[in-house]
Each structure stands twice: as C-alpha cells, then as structure tokens.
Write a protein that binds this ligand. Sequence first.
Ligand SMILES: CCCCCCCC/C=C\CCCCCCCC(=O)N[C@@H](CCCCN)C(=O)O
Ligand SMILES: [Zn+2]
Ligand SMILES: [Zn+2]
Length: 478
Amino acid sequence: KGLKGQGHPRAPQISSQFSPGERFAMKEALKGAIRIPTVSFSPENVNATALAEFGEYIRTVFPTVFKTSFIRHEVIGEYSHLLTVRGSDPSLQPYMLMAHSDVVPAPDEGWEVPPFSGLEGDGFIHGRGTLDNKNSLMAILQALELLLNRNYIPRRSFFIALGHDEEVSGQNGAQKISALLQARDIKLAFIVDEGNFILDGFIPHLKKPFAMIAVSEKGSINLRLEVNMTPGHSSAPPKETSIGILAAAVSRLEQTPMPNMFGSGPLKMTLQELAHEFSFPANIILSNLWLFGPLVSRLMERNYITNALVRTTTALTMFNAGVKVNVIPPVAQAIINIRIHPAQTVQEVLDLVKNIVADNRVQFHVLTAFDPLPVSPSDHQALGYQLLRQTIQSIFPEVSTVVPGICIGNTDSRHYTNLTTSIYRFNPLYLHPQSFRSIHGINEKISVPAYETQVKFIFEFIQNADADQEPAPHQHEL
Ligand SMILES: CCCCCCCC/C=C\CCCCCCCC(=O)N[C@@H](CCCCN)C(=O)O
Ligand SMILES: [Zn+2]
Ligand SMILES: [Zn+2]
C-alpha cells in the first residue's frame, strides 16, 4: 500500500504556532541575512568577505542549532555549510534539505529600495535573495532552531546543505559536499531544494493556484560564439565585420526556435494531473492529449514562460566587441545561455545550433554543459514527494492540486544524483508572474506572512518526515 493511502500526515506533535516575539525575531533574522551582500559574479569572483560574515551571522542568530550535541556542523569549500542532524532512529534513511547563501548581482538601478537594505515596507521584506534563496536558507535554520527550542529530537536523521556558489556552478560548495557524503557512503531517501512554487496566474483561465513540485530540471549549455576578422581603419570598412557576422549569427539563433518537444518529458504528466482544475472544455482537452496534443503544444508556445516548458530555449546574454570608435575590431564574442528540454541532450542541441548558425566563420566554445536531470519518482511510494504533498495540503489547505513538473532553472541539487534518485525542487511560497520576473530581476521581495509560512512549512515537514514508516529497516550510519 502506498504512502498516500496511509492517511498521512499524522498531526505534527508540536504545533507550528509561533509567539509574537518569535515571529518578530524570524523576520529580523531574514532582514539581517539580506543585508550581507553575498554576491557571486563567477566561480572565481565571489564576495568572500560577505560569505565569511554570513557564516558568522547564522551562528549568531541560530545559537541552538550550532550548539546542539546531536548536530554536527562542518564548513566545506570555505563558505558552504553542512549540518548533520543525527536522528534517534538509525533504521530510517536520512534525507537532505538544501538552500544557498549566494545571490546574483543587483545594481541599485530600478529598485524601489536598495537591494541589500533588507528594508520592510507594505508588509514585505525587500532585497536580493528574499526569494532566491536566503528565504529558504534562513527558514530551514529558523524552523530547526524553533524545534530544538521546543526540545524536539528528530527520529529520522537529515542533512542541511547550504551552498555558497550555487549561482555560479556549485563547484566549491554542493559538489564538494556531495563528494564528502559519497565518501562517507551516505545514501539519501530524498532531497528537497529550491525550484518550483505554488503557481498563481501563470495559466490563462486557471483561476486556482496549484503547487508544482519539480521532479527534474532542464539541462544547460553556456556557449561562446566567436568571430575573428582582420582589423583595420574604420574609414574603409570591409563588406562584413566580425560584429556584423556574429550579430547575424545570434539573430538567426534568436529567430529560429528549437523544436517544440511537447509530448516528451514530465509536462504531459503535469497537464494531465492538472486537467480537473480547468472548466469545460479545457478539462476535456487536457485529459485527452492523445487527440489535442498539437493544439495544446501550440497554445503553450504563446507565452514565454510556458514556451520554456515545451522546448530548449536560447537566450543571448552577453555580447562583446570593439575597443575604439574608429577601429574595425578583430574579435566579436557572444555568450548564449541554453536550457535543454528533457527530451534532448547537449550533443543534439549543439548540432542544431551549428546548423542554424550555418557559418563556418563562427567558432563555438562550450563553456559549461550538462544534460537534463533524471526524473524523480512522484508515485504513491515516493516518500519525499508524498511528504511534500502532505505538508502542502496541511499548510496550504486552499491548494487542492499538487503536480509533478520540471524546473526551468537549475539548482545545486543536480550535484547530488550520486546520493539519491529522488530530488524534489519546491519552495513553499506563492509565485505570481510578477514575482517570477523579480527573481534575478529587480524589486525581489517576500511578504512577511509568506516567510512565516515558509518557516512553518519546514517546521511541519521535519516532523512529518519523522512520522512516516519505511518497510525494510536497516542501519544507516552517519
Ligand atoms: C503548466 C505550468 C506552468 C508553469 C510555469 C512555470 C513557472 C516557473 C516557476 C518557477 C521557476 C523558478 C526557477 C527558480 C530556480 C532558480 C534557480 C537559479 O537561479 N539557478 C541558476 C543556476 C545557475 C547555475 C550556474 N550555471 C540558473 O538557473 O540560472
Ligand atoms: Zn537559487
Ligand atoms: Zn538564482
């Protein structure tokens, strides 16, 4: 019998009601975290001073977490943190909660308040990292601190992995934590990381919000295109310059979408499980994709977010050429950030890109590349998925539908496929299209109640993970 059928969740033993003093302290703690500018520019260029300060900060605001005897704290790769919470029942397989402390750059321009001010206004805490991803990092530690202060002793062991370079690869944080745990022979029941949300307003005609737990994430290629031509005096320009050739190449890429892959990958499952949320005739259409697939696939292409679910996307993100107004530049370079649909591979996409560019004066340099991630289970036996679903239903009773889906962004969890086949990417927060644009954009903010609810979610999730039973007990040494 599956977990779904067991009538879970057992009510958490400790109620997730927080006192006014605790609620005040938790929002102040998040504001303090936002004020530390832990910006990652590249794997070689992270703000080491801020990351070190952040490490000190979490030790100060969560004293119980860092002094509890059954919690081991290790600093990995200089600024990442691994907490091992030893549960009382070694027969239960451990799991892992993840988050990251670094953020993408945020120049002041366009922001209503300075991005590292952590200011509170209109019921929101403002700043870079309030949604991606200091909210999760602080909420995990905050929930644990509150549980420990109530003398909670977990039954199931778990790890908390807090990366410091997620935005620029995870090579010094997540990758090293993963290697360390592998060397310790750890196998995880599941992982929960950042990723998808409770989505509201993303699909026309769907009035109700729904929770989407990402069971996979797209692959990625960062590709540098380069054209080298003979430099010279701009008063007698050649017919074609490196800039013109490269501009035409990237324009062809932008104008030629990759093939629509609707029908392969987890999206079909997402839409089928979502079908009953729609009114007639959309519910019938989505329940019969064997017939209406071509129609739905065209509709998905119309919106830039749903378009990202049906195909590999190519975003032109950097363009560099020229040194002086009257010099024909020898070199022009562009970076293309490609997100690979689950039904394609790095090699297939590179071949398509070269065919679209179709100009042998353009050179290709793959900077980084990885294939789409395997699909994690979402059936009734899938412990991590079912625990998330149960906790969503408890904390967000108004959300009647929880569906598996794909994450269009990447997460540090991709470095942990050696430890588990069950990786779930979910933030227990509502996301609207406008707040989606604020992630890596401007005016990123989280409402104070939303943050409190995130803490509450993790507070209950940890307890729910202890309430579940597994069929075949054996020892799990940490
Ligand atoms: C039918 C359903 C409609 C669904 C609409 C989907 C809405 C999308 C919802 C959430 C997506 C948010 C993605 C957030 C993850 C962001 C994590 C992130 O920024 N990762 C970076 C990692 C960079 C690693 C360096 N190579 C990234 O992806 O750029
Ligand atoms: Zn993130
Ligand atoms: Zn990010």
